[in-house]
Write a protein that binds this ligand. Structure first.
Ligand code: ZN
Length: 504
């Protein structure tokens, strides 16, 4: 090799080497930027630990009987009276009983959820005991509503502010054959709202709302749950909490699940589904789906949407988040730290369903609201949040396109009947009207507010989330938070969008 050729070879090698180093540096820098953009904001569990200290505890032992389509439950509720006035009775919600009869079931006549026709579900109480002032007594409980979803337990002595009492229950949960948040299909059990929970106390009385065919059942106060679930050994489960123990004995498996400061305990138990997990910073992400590829796609959306929302609205406080692709006749259903989505949705529809349900972690899970009186407060905020996810993942233009195709058309559709976007659940006659008004037009309000505030709506929502974290916000709390955060009054805009009939 001549000196000339050698020199040229060295030059070429040097150039190739330099280019390779530059390229690697570039890839590293881009991955750093991506990592920074995609990180889910957390606080190491500080907020959660502080909130959990002032909450009641609910300990549940449940044994799934897949053949009987039932769960045997024993449950202990340790409840402290946190309001000023004493109470003479304690009330629990037993939501599965809404499914007892065709005329009260929220899905009777819904062919998407019940393709095989009506099937009954129930919560059959065997025993309720109350421990108060060292005395344990069998409670003379009775149902005070037609659906048997409001169980009243009279107390031997009045329950004083600050006093803690304990309720021990034994009951059977019977699942309806339904593709719904509460139901069984194939070898999958959707155990949403399956357990007895304290009824919501408001303005001196227990709320007695029914589980209506449109919208969500009334939720309650956050509490700390422990669940020990026993099922045949080939069943996996996801709940809105951390699995802290797995014990296998013979043909069965017992999962121990701890869920702090959750508004409810969503639960899915299945032999059909595969579980895929991923650690993202402090958060354990789990997906249940029919196949691993779908589970991983759902995890991607869950992770990116948690990142987008936590950056704007404040940290994701729970240590785990599960998203379950299920046989559902509705698009999705939200529980704290757990979302259910219909598995038969594909591509963009599945992605948006996961991103919408994930937004409920802030607008439902963290900040509760009265979903019977102001359903828009959850749903519209989630539709608005979805725009933020799309913006982060696909850019400003994609966000604007989604706003124009998903939210804007709702302003031009004629809706008959008496409902406005701000109306209570029982004003809505059809699911379509509900979607147009509560998801569409109320989300348009938030876009309009963001425009009025010059892009500061997310800051205002972060302030709103901080103020009402783990609590329940009322309608006026949102404009108040906006006013405090930005100095702008959006109340007139809210009246315009939420309380005014739109004549097309
Ligand atoms: Zn929703």
């Amino acid at each position: 090799m001549s000196e000339h050729v050698k020199k040229n070879l060295w030059r070429v090698l040097l150039a190739v080497g330099t280019a390779a180093v530059v390229l690697l540096l570039g890839i590293w820098a881009v991955s750093l930027i991506r990592q920074e953009r995609q990180a889910i904001q957390t606080d190491g569990g500080k907020q959660l630990a502080a909130a959990a200290q002032r909450m009641d505890t609910i300990a549940i032992e449940a044994v799934l009987d897949p053949d009987g389509k039932a769960m045997q439950v024993s449950q202990q509720l340790t409840l402290t009276l946190r309001t000023e006035e004493p109470r003479q009775e304690l009330a629990l919600r037993t939501w599965p009983n809404a499914f007892l009869k065709p005329d009260t079931s929220p899905i009777a006549g819904n062919g998407d959820c019940c393709p095989d026709g009506f099937s009954a579900g129930s919560l059959v109480m065997a025993q309720a005991q109350v421990e108060q002032n060292g005395q344990t007594t069998d409670a003379l409980y009775r149902y005070t509503d037609e659906e048997k979803t409001l169980l009243s337990i009279p107390l031997a002595e009045s329950w004083q502010p600050g006093e803690t009492l304990q309720v021990n229950l034994r009951y059977t949960v019977n699942f309806p054959h339904a593709m719904y948040r509460f139901g069984w299909w194939g070898d999958t059990f959707m155990a949403g709202h399956a357990f007895a929970v304290p009824a919501l106390w408001q303005d001196g009385a227990y709320r007695a709302d029914s589980w209506l065919p449109i919208g969500d059942p009334l939720s309650g106060e956050c509490a700390n749950y422990t669940l020990r679930l026993t099922a045949p050994k080939d069943y996996v489960c996801a709940a809105g909490g951390s699995i802290t123990g797995v014990a296998r004995t013979g043909d069965s498996v017992t999962y121990t699940i701890e869920a702090q400061a959750v508004r409810d305990l969503g639960l899915v138990i299945s032999r059909d589904l595969k579980k895929v997990t991923r650690q993202s910073g402090d958060i354990l992400l789990e997906a249940l789906a029919a196949d691993q590829a779908t589970a991983r796609r759902m995890l991607d959306t869950a992770e990116a949407s948690l990142a987008a929302y936590s950056e704007r609205f404040g940290v994701y406080p729970w240590p785990v988040y599960s998203v379950c692709g299920l046989p559902l006749g509705v698009s999705g259903a939200e529980y704290t730290a757990l979302s259910m989505v219909a598995a038969d949705q594909e591509g963009e529809r599945l992605e948006y369903a996961v991103a919408h349900e994930t937004a409920h972690q802030w607008w439902y899970g963290l900040v509760g609201s009265d979903c019977a009186t102001h359903p828009w407060m959850d749903e519209a905020l989630c539709e608005y949040s979805l725009l933020c996810y799309v913006q982060d993942r696909y850019g400003d233009r994609a966000r604007e396109e989604l706003r124009q195709t998903r939210i804007e058309p709702a302003m031009r559709i004629t809706v008959a009947g008496q409902a406005t976007p701000g109306a209570p659940l029982d004003y809505f006659e059809t699911a379509t009207d509900y979607a147009v008004l509560v998801y569409g037009r109320a989300a348009a309000l938030l876009c309009a507010a963001d425009e009025l505030l010059g892009g500061r709506m997310n800051d205002a929502l972060k302030h709103y989330a901080q103020q009402h974290a783990f609590g329940i916000a009322d309608r006026e709390d949102l404009p108040r938070a906006v006013l405090e955060s930005t100095g702008e009054d959006i109340e007139p805009l809210m009246v315009d969008y939420l309380d005014t009939y739109l004549l097309n």
